[in-house]
Design a protein around this ligand. Structure first.
Ligand SMILES: *Cc1c(COP(=O)(O)O)cnc(C)c1O
Length: 492
């Protein structure tokens, strides 16, 4: 890494901005607020622009290359989403304004609730949770509140499959539940015999992801939901993988009672380094009264003369607020833009293409990469990236080598039930040429693993950083630009 820090580029006396003549008397800056250890950088405007443009290009991003990070749905984020989120009517309002003055924003939230309800089959939706994990926490709070409201407070057991995302057991445990891990059967579905064995009057519910994190549609979903319902429990659906199912399958219709969406996955709002997420939660009619406070309601429908009127209402037995104000409103505007620009048929196309693209890559590499559960996959699939004739090569080596080809690595070592897992999710927004190039790279890397493993051990060789010391990077995380020693000493 040879890029200079901005402090090393600074030279005394250079300026990048000219201030207008002041129209107030000049005064000294208040000394006590000035940090002498933090000198101002002195640079010209073009040096600043070049510096930041250069370092922005060191990052891999959806806008610069293929990003098959499984379970994260790193699809392209259409730029029109950004434009609408920046419209002053959405970006310059305040959550404490009287509702009469923000009818457009409330209408947009209401419509988004309606779209999500239609897509999932649920009766009511909250937009408040900040991300998927907080949606899970909200959902488990709702399940707990439901049981308690019926005087059924001994229900504290939550069943979680062994393929689940780590946030599932975490959010259940944070809600005071006891987690029971349920194994997957030999086809990668939930083991219903094991579910049955846990069905008693202490069962609060089951948390199930469908398609699961193996990228497989759970063929036992209906039976598992029935078993749980028959013993008085509720089913939480982890909807992070809804990208495979838009317009095809409605979770509420198979027996899911409460589910979160990840707007920042399925509905194309940026995430990762790109900004905050949003994890709306949908519920059945029976659970609507427990939703977080407030939800947006349409008070009067309106007609040709008068527009509809929206208000914020408190569900009768609400679990309370889970996030300040109305959640991440800007993200909701982006997702709404995506929903209405694709429309019903566009969403169906998106899911169909996402599933097709994943199956296409799986078919291209499956003779070389072992697929532990070889079935038609949904929007992603998992391979076990190791070979008997390539000892010493791990999934991590393959991922690092992919960086040399200009690709973001897939998800590594997840789900935990597959050894040396690589979880590949191409998304619907990639062209066939990109999918072909990625599969070719994987095949070439498999060949190198067997014939020239040093290439993999040394990769990446054409990235700004080579192999990082992962333990040191995690234990001694440095997130601030380091000032060069002596820098600015002469100024103080
Ligand atoms: C991403 C993901 C989550 C968590 O969602 P966040 O928005 O990252 O909090 C939960 N479950 C699955 C299967 C996921 O892929």
């Amino acid at each position: 890494m040879t890029e200079k820090t901005i402090f090393e580029l600074s030279r005394p006396g250079r300026i990048g901005i000219r201030y207008p003549e002041p129209d107030v008397p000049l005064a000294d800056l208040p000394e006590k607020f000035l940090r002498k250890d933090l000198p101002l950088v002195e640079m010209s405007e073009n040096e600043v622009v070049r510096h930041f443009t250069k370092i922005s290009q060191l990052n891999h991003a959806v806008d610069t290359g293929f990003y098959p990070l499984g379970s994260c749905t790193m699809k392209y984020n259409p730029k029109i989403n950004e434009e609408t989120a920046r419209l002053p009517g959405f970006s310059q309002i305040h959550p404490l304004q009287p509702v009469e003055t923000v009818q457009g924003a409330l209408g947009l939230m209401y419509e988004t609730q309606q779209w999500l309800a239609e897509i999932s089959g649920f009766d009511a939706v909250t937009l408040q949770p900040a991300a998927g994990a907080q949606g899970e926490l909200t959902g488990v709070f709702i399940i707990r509140a439901y049981h308690n409201s019926r005087g059924d407070s001994k229900r504290i057991k939550m069943l979680v499959p062994d393929s689940a995302h780590g946030t599932n057991p975490a959010s259940s445990a944070m809600s005071g539940m006891t987690i029971i891990e349920i194994p997957s059967d030999k086809n990668g579905n939930i083991d219903t015999e094991r579910v049955k064995a846990e069905c008693d009057d202490t069962l609060a519910g089951l948390m199930i992801t469908n398609p699961n994190t193996l990228g497989l549609f759970d063929e036992n979903i209906v039976e598992a939901c029935q078993l749980v319902h028959n013993s008085g429990g509720l089913v939480y659906g982890d909807g992070a993988n809804m990208n495979a199912l838009l317009g095809i399958y409605r979770p509420a219709e198979v027996g899911i009672d409460v589910m979160h969406f990840n707007l920042h996955k399925t509905f194309s709002t940026p995430h990762g380094g790109g900004g905050p997420g949003s994890g709306p939660v949908g519920v059945t009619k029976e659970l609507a009264e427990f939703l977080p406070d407030p939800v947006v309601a349409m008070i009067s429908e309106g007609d040709e003369e008068t527009p509809a009127f929206y208000d914020l209402v408190t569900p009768e037995k609400t679990i309370g607020r889970v996030k300040s104000f109305h959640g991440h409103f800007g993200v909701v505007v982006k997702a709404f833009t995506y929903l209405i620009s694709l429309g019903k048929n566009g969403l169906l196309d998106a899911s169909t293409s996402a599933v097709l693209n994943a199956n296409y890559i799986q078919a291209l590499i499956k003779d070389v990469y072992h697929i532990p559960y070889e079935r038609l996959c949904m929007h992603e699939f998992v391979t076990e990236a190791q070979w008997d004739d390539a000892p010493g090569i791990r999934a991590l080596d393959i991922s690092k080598r992919l960086i040399d080809f200009g690709f973001h690595p897939p998800t590594n070592y997840f789900p935990l039930i597959v050894h040396e897992a690589l979880m590949i999710e191409p998304t619907e927004t990639e062209a066939k040429e990109t999918l072909d190039a990625f599969a070719d790279a994987l095949l070439q890397i498999a060949d190198e693993a067997k014939n020239d493993p040093e290439i993999l051990h040394n990769a990446p060789t054409n990235a700004p950083f080579g192999r990082l010391d992962e333990v040191k990077a995690a234990k001694e995380l440095i997130l601030k630009t380091q000032l060069p020693e002596n820098y600015g000493k002469e100024l103080s």
